[in-house]
Ligand binder design. Structure first.
Ligand SMILES: NC(=O)N[C@@H](CC(=O)O)C(=O)O
Ligand SMILES: [Zn+2]
Ligand SMILES: [Zn+2]
Length: 350
């Protein structure tokens, strides 16, 4: 049996939601991850430091006994965000990033930013504070094809923003294209990118060929195979600018299996198994730790975790749950469409 011991991973992009869904999904993240950047796109969103403090308390209250997990809180950037509130949140140690959702780009982004010039004072203050801006990098212009929205965002928004404010630290979240990873890797400083397990595994055929499969629908939408291959090469390269952000984004099944299904893939149940599989396929298991446990903290200016986990490759495929029950209904788990052999030592599936 093959094993691999690495520093305990962190998740640099996670949706935990609230209430019954939070209760059901949090244990899957806190079992395997030491820390996670918690996305603020609740309804209503987490916009002030006081909102983030209250949300952090709800997360800690939902944490299973014995799990050691630190939520790294973020604020949802709006055109009303007060620079002083951001500074207070950052200086208290609570707020680790702000999140930019272009209004209308994705799930619960209605309160997002329409005009970036309106948030310039906040961005300048963030640059002074050294706190990252996490970005959902897609333009919302209906004239731009949905498969081109990430690449268009780089040209139309990200590059001009970085020129205007080179001191601002940016994370381009859930990069899904060759253009995206090339762009991140061309930056000398103040730019990094997260990659999801699912975008390393599926291309757009998974959601559209042979029937429409809503559980593979997320934003940014999965792209052509050439992009998936570029993401895998980049993730497994060890490049310090790239790290794991699962973008695990649970929605109750009826919200996905309907005429206008929500965007989001729920993967926290099998993230490490999927990612270990990808790295093994690419002959890059020696670079897994950089991706899951080292590059992220280094970029965020945090220490890497001191504790370790051992990943075990079992000879027979493991039975990961197909869905997770919540008090409000079931949530389907990401199916990578291949058998999973890896598990964290000591986990229930191992
Ligand atoms: N990724 C998604 O498809 N959905 C996310 C929002 C996001 O990260 O864009 C969600 O909150 O459901
Ligand atoms: Zn997003
Ligand atoms: Zn997300």
């Amino acid at each position: 049996m093959k094993t691999l011991t690495i520093r305990r991973p962190d998740d640099w992009h996670l949706h935990l939601r609230d209430g019954a869904v939070l209760d059901a999904v949090l244990p899957h993240s806190s079992a395997d991850f030491a820390r996670a950047i918690i996305m603020p796109n609740l309804v209503p969103p987490v916009v002030t430091t006081a909102d983030a403090l209250a949300y952090r308390e709800r997360i800690m209250a939902a944490l299973p006994e014995g799990h050691d997990f630190t939520p790294l809180m973020t604020l949802y950037l709006t055109e009303q965000t007060e620079p002083d509130d951001v500074a207070a949140g950052v200086e208290s140690g609570l707020i680790k990033a702000l999140k930019l959702y272009p209004a209308g780009a994705t799930t619960n982004s209605q309160s997002g930013v329409r005009d970036l010039t309106r948030v310039q004072p906040v961005l300048e203050r963030m640059a002074e504070l050294g706190i990252p801006l996490c970005i959902h990098g897609e333009v919302t212009d209906p004239a731009i094809d949905i498969f081109d929205r990430e690449a268009a965002f780089i040209d139309q928004v990200l590059e001009p923003l970085r020129k205007r404010l080179p001191e601002l630290k940016i994370v381009m979240e859930h990069v899904t294209t060759r253009d995206g990873v090339d762009y991140v890797r061309s930056a000398e400083r103040n730019l990094a990118g997260t990659l999801t397990p699912h975008h390393l595994i599926i291309n757009r055929n998974a959601l559209l060929a042979g029937g429409i499969r809503p559980h593979y629908y997320c934003l940014p939408v999965a792209k052509r195979e050439e992009h998936r291959l570029a993401l895998r090469e980049a993730a497994t390269s060890g490049d310090r600018r790239l790290f794991l952000g699962t973008d695990s984004a649970p929605h109750l099944d009826p919200m996905k299996e309907c005429a206008c299904g929500c965007a989001g893939v729920f993967n926290s149940v099998n993230t490490l198994a999927c990612v270990a599989h990808v790295f093994e396929d690419e002959g890059a298991l020696d670079r897994l730790e950089a991706f899951t446990s080292l590059n992220g903290p280094a970029y965020y200016g945090l220490p890497a975790n001191e504790t370790r986990v051992t990943l075990v490759r079992h000879d027979t495929p493991l039975a990961y749950p197909k869905s997770v029950p919540t008090a409000e209904g079931a949530i389907t788990v990401f199916d990578p469409m291949f058998p999973l052999h890896w598990a964290v030592e000591g986990s229930p599936v191992g």
